[in-house]
Design a protein around this ligand. Structure first.
Ligand code: GLU
Length: 302
């Protein structure tokens, strides 16, 4: 029997906040409700953005909320050799190519979903006199479709929506898209449950899985929490900090936002009991089929 394997992959750029907790809770419950393993990965590749000690704080916060992972924690900073090897293989197989364009030059193409489409300048080889800055993955025309566990069908034509994308940045850092695909495969992840801000990355990741001959996981993207003004709750937004004295209430709030209708009485129980209830009663079909959802202000702050 193939066992489900899920994961949570925070970036250690600050403490875990309410917006990240909801994705962690969804991933944990979804995996555990099927008796699966749940792994933790620390996405610490983007060194300029990494905050020293944030990884430890995130791990402690997850444990405090009863979200216990299986096995060793995978740090992306320990995986550089595997990433370099994959870039070499992709270049060797002509899936990837060296790009000598500056950021400005690369952005001179037509509009795509996440910015301009790469104009193809270095696609057939570096123009004379240019040297490699980044490495890009060549995309093929044709629709890539995912059947998202919560959002339903999502499709992109990478050629017209995204373009040839960077897998190794000009600063030498492996791009998120490649690192996440290699690590999901390394940890045997079968289900990627995360925030809907990453939904549009999934077709690129499916393409990378295919180029590398790796099994494609199932994807599920839960709504990203936005405030009353419709702004995504990110680390830069205030009023997001998790309160270690109110763990049950915050878990119950996450579960409500995930459509799980937790009984209010859970708040008076232990953190472990709330998590057990959430796993036992996890109803994936009740997760809202929306990419954003609003956090209601707590009573007293209305
Ligand atoms: N590290 C990414 C983030 O914190 C998540 C990566 C993923 O779940 O694929 O946004």
């Amino acid at each position: 029997m193939v066992r489900n394997v899920g994961r949570y992959a925070p970036s250690p750029t600050g403490p875990l906040h309410f917006g990240s907790l909801i994705a962690a809770v969804a991933s944990f419950c979804h995996t555990r409700s099927q008796g699966g393993l749940w792994h933790l990965r620390i996405d610490d590749l983007d060194t300029p953005r990494v905050v020293p000690g944030a990884d430890r704080a995130i791990r402690e916060t997850l444990a405090g909320f009863g979200l216990r992972h299986d096995g060793p924690v995978l740090y992306q900073s320990d995986r550089r050799a595997a990433y370099a090897d994959a870039v070499k293989r992709l270049r060797g197989a002509s899936y990837a190519f060296d790009c000598g364009c500056t950021r400005r030059e690369a952005q001179s193409g037509s509009a795509g979903l996440e910015g301009p489409i790469y104009p193809g300048t270095c696609r057939e080889g570096l123009p004379a006199g240019r040297s490699a800055r980044s490495v890009r993955l060549r995309v093929a025309a044709g629709v890539i479709e995912i059947c998202d566990r919560f959002q339903g069908r999502y499709a992109q034509d990478l050629a017209t929506d995204i373009g040839d994308f960077v897998i190794r940045r000009a600063d030498g850092i492996t791009a998120y898209q490649l690192a996440t695909v290699l690590d999901d495969a390394e940890q045997g992840v079968t289900e990627v449950i995360r925030g809907a801000d990453l939904l549009s990355s999934s077709p690129r990741q499916v393409w990378l899985h295919r180029c590398l001959g790796l099994p494609v996981p199932v994807y599920g993207h839960v709504p990203v929490i936005v405030d009353a003004a419709g702004e995504k709750l990110g680390k830069s937004t205030g009023a997001l900090a998790l309160d270690p004295t109110q763990r049950q209430a915050q878990l119950v709030e996450c579960l409500s936002l995930l459509g799980q209708a937790p009984p209010a009485s859970l708040i008076a129980r232990s953190v472990g009991s709330v998590i057990d209830w959430a796993v036992d009663n996890w109803a994936p079909d009740h997760v809202p089929r929306r990419t954003r959802c609003r956090r209601r202000p707590p009573p007293g702050q209305l």
